[in-house]
Design a protein. Structure first.
Length: 843
């Protein structure tokens, strides 16, 4: 037959066969793209944006993204073949590739680093060597004795079938585990194999349904009943199925069937009878791929009707969008910006475009998602780091397939495969958490989202009660539109803000530990009225450090130049920079005294003391330590919303955009550490933080009070906060920035030089600064300087700050020059082992 076909249809003439090459992005920090040859038979399958498998180096097999296809063979090496194609359709879209290139250029990193951050790991392929038991290995009759570590590996392999090298390392908790692997191979107990696997697996449920002929013909079903009558257990199952899936009412219901575990999980039904029915072909088993996300949203709701102010703001925004691509909605806390966003999202969806709604913090998504689900149902995708990899891959695929038209997410959502965006919303646009510090790409999601919108012709709405100076400046100069809402929604008023001088209170012995008498009285009054309280302290843990009362010994991190923080609940001293931890000693290791005292205070101590002072109050804490688990944010927020908790204590997590109706008091326990931060943005940040946390009080009806504890109430910032006078802040700041040449008048780049050896770090930084100064100017290169924390993870640090003019041509040539200079520096033999981190627009 096939010969006949060949005879009738001769192969196409070879002239039509073009040799194509693919440039691919490997998920590695490599400076350039690699070119692979596409085998002819894959010419139609390899598309820009699909994943292909290639060999890289002698042993590695990797999956990578095709960035370009062309006919030019590489000049300096022989291209290897693409081994396989993984996707029928691109999983990275064309506008996404453009954006990724922009990120790599602008933030001075490689495309590989961008792809690595962008793709959920479930979409990245791994080729890792794996171990499995040797097929002929018989553990019972072994005569070669195994070391304890080897027994552990064998045991785990019996449980898991296969392990990667990394898994073995974790299992043994050892770095030099390779020798055990080698020994087991020699003993022929295990073998090694290479496996490329697609890690994303859809969620599948086992289902059963009635075989179709029983449904289509009633007579058949009746006969079945007759047949099963002598077998009551099987009959029971049939009846149970028909009760859950009433096919006599609607035959189509049978197609969806019933989850098998509804039957197998029922203790009154016989398991063996289920199996018999399946074996006899009465029931038929099948698998169904289901979504990992909820499909039941409760009753769908219409968006709330906008107030007059909100409707006005919306009209202004839409009007401005006709002339400008970007608009800032500057609305005071509680003015109802969220409802305006929802209205605009609806509008954008009706026009057929996609929408991205960015939020700075997972805690905030918990509240807003509930609200949006009710309006947008299963069109809404949610994306953040507390999701499992498979869930993230599912959102990614859902956007590609068109299932999700709106996505709410944090920073990393800017990597998602949108191709038809019409609106981007950046809520709380001033938030520093939009900036990624580590690892590369060190991007700012606000700037990146603006670029993404630009590339796809979408409009961007930024929102904040306390806009960043940069954003407001763009509005003032007319580049962006500005819309203001100056009143809270409904009858709610702005809260009263009172200052308590803790220095005076201390002298007058009016402080109970970290609480002024005023703050305690106010808390008690709220509890009495069944109202709620939020307390803010900008440090987690119990105390930032401990000290011996006798000899002044202070425990420090072994790897970093910081003191260890005390965490009381697990009696641990912990480094907040590298994670190093040790047990809290009972006496001073230096002098043996038993007088170790905790100094300063964090959220844990606030919680502890509240519980002692107010034993009847329910106190909960929200900080990094209490929100490690996947649903802990939701739980804490739900408990507070429902009134189960009376007082919520937290770090900056409690300050952002949260909306509770019953909170009438907010306390800021120690304002001073926030104001005295050594940074040109310190004043701006402090204002934002105070106004935002204050903004959680009195949002619905009840009058709100804010108490700020400080040792220096006369500082000018408090006047601005009390008067909610953003303009005063902006004008003061913009003048300073202009005078001292800071953003938005220049672009900053921070270069951190790191080395194990303190002198090498210092010397290399001096050389680098000199080289850069020669190419730029003295005014543009600041430093090197030893940062306040001069050693982290055993590396000594030096910092250089660079100020560049904003014109984009100059900016990119300067960046190239900086990258080159660093590259040259690292090649010098004196500076072996040097690491240099470049952070563009540091936060
Ligand atoms: N049109 C409306 N109808 C009914 N309730 C509304 C309406 N608009 C806003 N609200 C309510 O007013 C409160 C404040 O609104 P929202 O949380 O949107 O404020 P916001 O401007 O985002 O404040 P923040 O800057 O502090 O986050 C919410 O509880 C919200 O449900
Ligand atoms: Zn450390």
């Amino acid at each position: 037959m096939s010969e006949l076909l060949n005879f009738n249809f001769p192969p196409e003439p070879a002239v039509d066969r073009v040799t194509l090459f693919a440039d691919v992005i490997l998920p590695l920090p490599l400076p350039k793209l690699y070119t692979y040859r596409i085998p002819f038979e894959m010419n139609d399958e390899v598309l820009v944006g699909v994943r292909v498998i290639v060999q890289f180096g002698a042993k590695k097999v990797l999956s990578c993204i095709v960035a370009d296809i062309h006919e030019n063979a590489p000049a300096d090496y022989q291209a290897k073949y693409v081994l396989d194609v993984l996707d029928d359709k691109p999983i990275v879209t064309a506008p996404q590739l453009k954006l990724f290139k922009w990120i790599a250029d602008y933030y001075m990193c490689t495309l590989g680093e961008v792809i690595n951050a962008a793709l959920p790991s479930a979409l990245k392929l791994s080729s890792e060597s794996r171990l499995q038991l040797h097929p002929s290995y018989e553990p019972e009759e072994d005569d070669i004795p195994l070391a304890t570590q080897e027994v552990k590996i064998i045991y785990a392999l019996q449980q898991n079938q296969a392990l990667t090298f990394t898994e073995v390392g974790n299992l043994l908790q050892l770095k030099n585990y390779h020798k055990y692997i080698k020994s087991l191979i020699q003993k022929e107990a295990i073998i090694i194999f290479e496996q490329v696997s697609d890690k994303y697996s859809p969620k599948v449920v086992k289902k059963v349904r009635l075989s179709e002929h029983f449904v289509q013909e009633e007579a058949m079903l009746e006969e079945l009943f007759a047949q099963l009558t002598p077998k009551p257990k099987q009959l029971d199952i049939l009846l149970n199925y028909l009760q859950k899936v009433p096919v006599h009412q609607d035959k189509n219901l049978n197609i969806r069937g019933l989850e098998k575990n509804v039957l197998t999980g029922n203790p009154h039904l016989s398991q063996s009878a289920i199996t018999s029915l399946i074996r006899k072909g009465v029931l038929e088993q099948f698998d169904q791929i289901v979504s990992r996300f909820p499909t039941d949203f409760g009753a769908m709701q219409m968006p709330m009707a906008l107030s007059e102010h909100q409707a006005e703001a919306r009209e202004e925004i839409l009007g401005l969008f006709k002339q400008k691509d970007t608009v800032l909605l500057h609305g005071v806390t509680g003015s109802g910006k969220t409802e305006v966003y929802i209205d605009l999202i609806k509008h954008a969806l009706e026009g057929g475009g996609q929408v991205l709604y960015l939020l700075p913090e997972i805690a905030l998504t918990a509240q807003i998602v509930t609200r949006l689900m009710k309006v947008f149902g299963d069109q809404l995708g949610v994306y953040h780091s507390k999701f499992s990899d498979n869930e993230r891959a599912e959102v990614w695929q859902g956007i590609l397939s068109g299932k999700f038209q709106v996505v709410v997410g944090v920073r990393s959502s800017i990597f998602l495969p949108f191709h038809n965006l019409s609106l981007v919303i950046i809520d709380e646009e001033h938030e520093p958490s939009y900036k990624q510090y580590d690892p590369a790409p060190r991007y700012n999601a606000r700037e990146t989202a603006l670029m993404m919108a630009h590339l796809q012709g979408a409009k961007t709405l930024l929102g904040s009660a306390t806009p960043s100076v940069e954003t407001y400046h763009n509005c003032k100069t007319g580049r962006w539109g500005l819309v203001s809402m100056t009143k809270r929604f409904g009858a709610a008023q702005m809260p009263d803000i009172e200052l308590v001088n803790t220095r005076d209170e201390q002298k007058r012995k009016k402080m109970h530990s970290h609480f002024s008498a005023k703050l305690i009285n106010e808390i008690e009054a709220r509890l009495h009225r069944q109202e709620q309280v939020i307390l803010f302290q900008n440090r987690r843990g119990y105390a930032p450090f401990i000290a011996c009362d006798e000899c002044s010994w202070i425990p420090k991190c072994k790897h970093c130049a910081v003191s260890l923080s005390y965490h009381k609940y697990n009696q641990e001293l912990r480094c907040h920079y590298c994670g190093y931890h040790e047990r809290m000693p009972s006496d001073c290791p230096a002098c043996g005294a038993t007088t170790l005292k905790s100094m300063g205070f964090g959220t844990e101590k606030v919680e502890d003391e509240l519980k002692l002072m107010l034993p009847n109050a329910e106190v909960q804490r929200m900080d990094l330590d209490t929100t490690k688990k996947k649903n802990s944010y939701q739980q804490i927020i739900a408990d507070f919303e429902s009134g189960r908790t009376n007082i919520l204590v937290g770090t900056q997590m409690v300050t952002k955009g949260l909306d509770f109706e019953n909170v009438s008091l907010v306390g800021i326990l120690n304002a001073d550490t926030i104001i005295n931060f050594p940074d040109f943005r310190a004043h701006e940040r402090a204002y934002q933080l105070f106004v935002q946390v204050s903004g959680r009080a009195g949002r619905k009806g009840k009058h709100g009070t804010v108490i700020i504890q400080t040792r220096d109430p006369l500082q000018s910032i408090f006047r601005k906060v009390r008067n909610n006078d953003y303009l005063a802040l902006y004008e003061h700041e913009i003048e300073e920035r202009m005078r001292f040449n800071f953003p938005p008048f220049v672009r900053m780049i921070k270069i951190t030089v790191k080395h194990e050896d303190e002198r090498t770090a210092e010397n290399s930084a001096i050389v680098l600064a000199k080289e850069l100064t020669d190419q730029l100017s003295k005014e543009q290169v600041l430093g090197p300087e030893v940062p306040y924390i001069f050693k982290i993870r055993n590396l000594f640090l030096q910092e250089i700050h660079i100020k560049l003019p904003r014109q984009s041509g100059q900016l990119s040539s300067s960046k190239r020059m900086i990258a080159d200079t660093i590259h040259q520096l690292k090649l010098l033999p004196d500076f072996k082992g040097l690491r240099v981190v470049v952070d563009v627009d540091p936060a």
